[in-house]
Design a protein around this ligand. Structure first.
Ligand SMILES: Nc1ncnc2c1ncn2[C@@H]1O[C@H](COP(=O)(O)OP(=O)(O)O)[C@@H](O)[C@H]1O
Ligand SMILES: [Mg+2]
Length: 303
């Protein structure tokens, strides 16, 4: 059972909840010393599954070099620890991926699951999706028909778009969660928060010391420059999509990332990002100007 209320207290999920023994897995000798416990000793409870890592193709996995904390063992178990946030387009869960019995192979992930067929369509509009790839013509037709399968395909496209954007921005050195894996409608990424599963607050939620504010703004402007130098804008930037962890800003929620040069709405969206950010810092009494920032980022985009 997954608790339906937002919770940083994961303990309620960790009680014994035995279900069927996993007998469909076997080990090769090479994998064996990887594992804390043999598969046969592991019983999956509610809210648990075997790691989805082995089934992912190379393009569905995060860029190399991979951080040391990424758990790649086939003997790992994914355990849902709770919901970080439910949303209109996606829900974000806290997930532990760990090898039972091996304290050195334990990671916390944020699992962002886009709503598929059972939910309604997205409000994120077509302005973002020009030129987006579909895997095959069946998918393209399903999208056009808005069938159940079409909605599933659309959700998977958003997760793929977010994963691709995270990978790209990670490679450019922007402060984003490390993208671990994408599978269908689910993106797995680095959890930004404390080791006991308390998520980092959004910029909007924190009362900031005035001296810190200028530094936070400088970090946001710098990450916007990183996007701009690649000809990109976040496209939905706001103090809700910026997390603050140990004084460092991390930007999230990237599926609608836009090409400021090729997309006809690109500069408008970049401008809106500047206004959203500067309005918030302005309300915190920091002297910032959206037009100045916008001008600087446009110069970076075309520079
Ligand atoms: N990698 C992460 N680490 C920690 N918390 C996260 C992470 N990704 C998302 N969250 C939490 O989930 C919320 C929603 O995620 P977001 O990607 O902004 O989705 P939405 O489309 O619902 O706005 C965030 O505001 C944050 O609180
Ligand atoms: Mg968001």
């Amino acid at each position: 059972m997954i608790p339906s209320s937002a919770s940083s207290d994961a303990s309620s999920l960790l009680g014994p909840a035995p279900s069927g023994k996993a007998d469909s897995f076997f080990l090769s000798a090479a994998d064996d010393d990887d594992l804390g416990l043999a598969f046969a000793d592991v019983e999956l409870g509610d809210g648990q599954r075997w790691t989805t890592w082995p089934a992912a193709t190379p393009t569905e996995r995060g860029p190399e070099p991979r951080p040391a904390w990424v758990v790649t063992s086939a003997g790992a178990v994914d355990t849902e620890l709770g919901i970080l946030k439910t949303g209109k387009e996606a829900d974000v869960f806290l997930l532990e991926r760990a090898v039972p019995g091996d304290p050195h192979q334990r990671s916390l992930l944020a699992a962002k699951r886009y709503h598929g067929a059972e939910h309604r369509s997205f409000h994120r509009s077509a302005v973002y999706t020009e030129g987006r790839r579909t895997r095959n013509s069946r998918d393209a037709r399903a999208l056009a028909k808005k069938s159940e399968h079409g909605r599933e395909v659309a959700a998977a496209q958003w997760s793929l778009a977010e994963f691709d954007a995270l990978r790209r921005m990670h490679e450019l050195g922007a402060p984003v969660p490390y993208p671990v894996q994408v599978t269908g409608t689910e993106v797995l990424m680095e959890f930004i928060g404390s080791p006991d599963g308390v998520g980092a607050p959004r910029l909007a939620q924190v009362r900031h010391d005035p001296a810190l504010l200028a530094d936070l703004f400088a970090q946001v402007a710098e990450l916007m420059r990183t996007f701009a130098r690649a000809g990109l804008a976040h496209g939905d930037l706001s103090p809700y999509n910026l997390l603050v962890h140990d004084g460092r800003v991390v930007v999230i929620d990237l599926p609608q990332i836009v090409d400021t040069v090729a997309n006809p709405q690109g500069l408008d969206l970049l401008h809106r990002d500047c206004v959203n950010v500067c309005d918030w810092f302005g309300r915190q009494r920091l002297d910032v100007d959206a037009e100045t920032l916008f001008g600087e980022l446009v110069a970076e985009s075309f520079g």
